[in-house]
Design a protein around this ligand. Structure first.
Ligand code: PLP
Length: 392
């Protein structure tokens, strides 16, 4: 029997990587050694002191029972301490911090807290697919804000039509940005806060990459900007900072009404994250930070190999200041999908077609540098040898 799916599932955008996955499968069957630069997931293990803390906490019987769905107060305090130390932002752990089962969970669920069916939400394009996915599941309608190279991949708020701005209930932003690697400065965030106040829009900033940065650059928190707490919240997690994507623990911080609403929503659908995992995240946030610097040294070296390699083939890319992504235009005569397919065919290298992140991503591809340096070197050598010089 095949049951009729609910409209909200049917309305989700189509899965764009099916064709690429087919080509990968064919190549693998033919015995080709595929190198994937497609997935953004740290390959470096979680730091040892975090694992040790988790191992210890797993054995504690008190941790075997249901946790609080909003997180232990000590966990929320650790998040607040991290914000104080890293961003000089003061947060009340009782009212301005909520634990999440990874930030993705909160990003998907915030739409359910603030959007009614038919409501408008401002979503960056290209962008992390969960912003529109969560909103569509809640019955809302995304209005896509184009992120273009000319504007440093920051949305042009002045270009949003007045009637859209008036209707919009919420806006998603994400800097340092996936997939473009772009970063935002204080002036941009100030503009966002002004816009949000004028049109009464809840700003949801995703800061997943705040600790993945290079060349002395320190990403800001949206919460550092005066007025941010009045209009918004910030999502983040230990996933990218401490190589903990599999552990599933994150947070939302900021506006106490919004934090409370998200927590209230969650009490109805989940029972929080395993306390041993919360303790592990606390060890990451409050423990030694040298692993973060060591990670960034590794990513910086890999980034340089990719950018220098592509530039030697004819690209003209700048080195991103943050994230583990390189966002690049496809050569003349290609679409995102046809170039991705071409690179697998010619070089056995997987890149992500940019249109998977939205219409504005068409004409681009994303490379993720979360595999060992030797494999990245090999990937670039194969591309140089089998694709050669490109034109735009
Ligand atoms: C990886 C990533 C996240 C983090 O997700 P978690 O659920 O915290 O692991 C959030 N936003 C973006 C844009 C990401 O790339």
């Amino acid at each position: 029997m095949r049951f009729a799916e609910a409209d909200r599932i049917k309305n989700l955008p189509p899965y764009l990587f099916a064709r690429i996955e087919q080509v990968i499968a064919q190549k693998k069957e033919a015995g080709v050694d595929i190198i994937s630069l497609g997935i953004g997931d740290p390959d470096i293990p979680t730091p040892d002191h975090i694992i040790k803390e988790a191992q210890k906490q797993v054995a504690v019987p008190a941790n075997h029972q249901y946790p609080s769905s909003v997180g232990m107060l000590s966990y929320r305090q650790a998040v607040a301490d991290f914000y104080a130390r890293r961003f000089n932002v003061q947060l009340d752990p009782k009212t301005e911090v909520v634990a999440l089962i990874g930030s993705k969970e909160g990003i998907a669920h915030i739409s359910w807290c603030y959007l009614n069916p038919g409501d408008t939400v401002l979503v960056p394009d290209p962008g992390y697919p969960v912003y529109s996915g969560g909103a569509i599941l809640a019955g809302a309608e995304p209005y896509y804000m184009p992120l273009t190279a000319e504007r440093g991949f920051l949305p042009d708020l002045a270009a949003i039509p007045e009637e859209v701005a008036k209707k919009a209930k919420m806006m998603f932003l994400n800097y340092p940005n996936n997939p473009t690697g772009a970063v935002a400065d204080e002036a941009f965030y100030k503009e966002v806060i002004e816009f949000a106040k004028k049109y009464e829009i809840l700003v949801c900033h995703d800061n997943a990459y705040s600790e993945v940065a290079f060349d002395g650059y320190k990403p800001l928190s949206f919460m550092q900007i005066p007025g941010a707490k009045e209009v918004g919240i910030e999502f983040s997690s230990v996933s990218k900072s401490y190589n903990m994507t599999g552990w599933r623990i994150g947070w939302a911080v900021g506006n106490p009404h919004v934090v409370e609403a998200l927590g209230r929503f969650k009490t109805n659908i989940d029972s929080g994250q395993f306390q041993a995992v919360q303790y592990a995240a606390m060890a990451g946030l409050t423990g030694p930070q040298d692993a973060v610097a060591a990670n960034n040294d590794i990513y910086r070296e890999r980034r340089d190999i990719v950018v220098d390699g592509l530039n030697a083939m004819g690209w003209n890319l700048e080195k991103p200041k943050a994230t583990f992504y390189i966002w690049a235009p496809v050569p003349k005569g290609f679409t995102s999908a046809s170039f991705a397919e071409y690179v697998i065919e010619k070089a056995g290298v997987v890149i992500t077609p940019g249109n998977g992140y939205g219409e504005q991503g068409e004409g681009y591809f994303r490379i993720s540098i979360t595999i060992p340096k030797e494999r990245i070197i090999e990937a670039l050598e194969r591309m140089k040898k089998n694709i050669g010089k490109v034109e735009f």
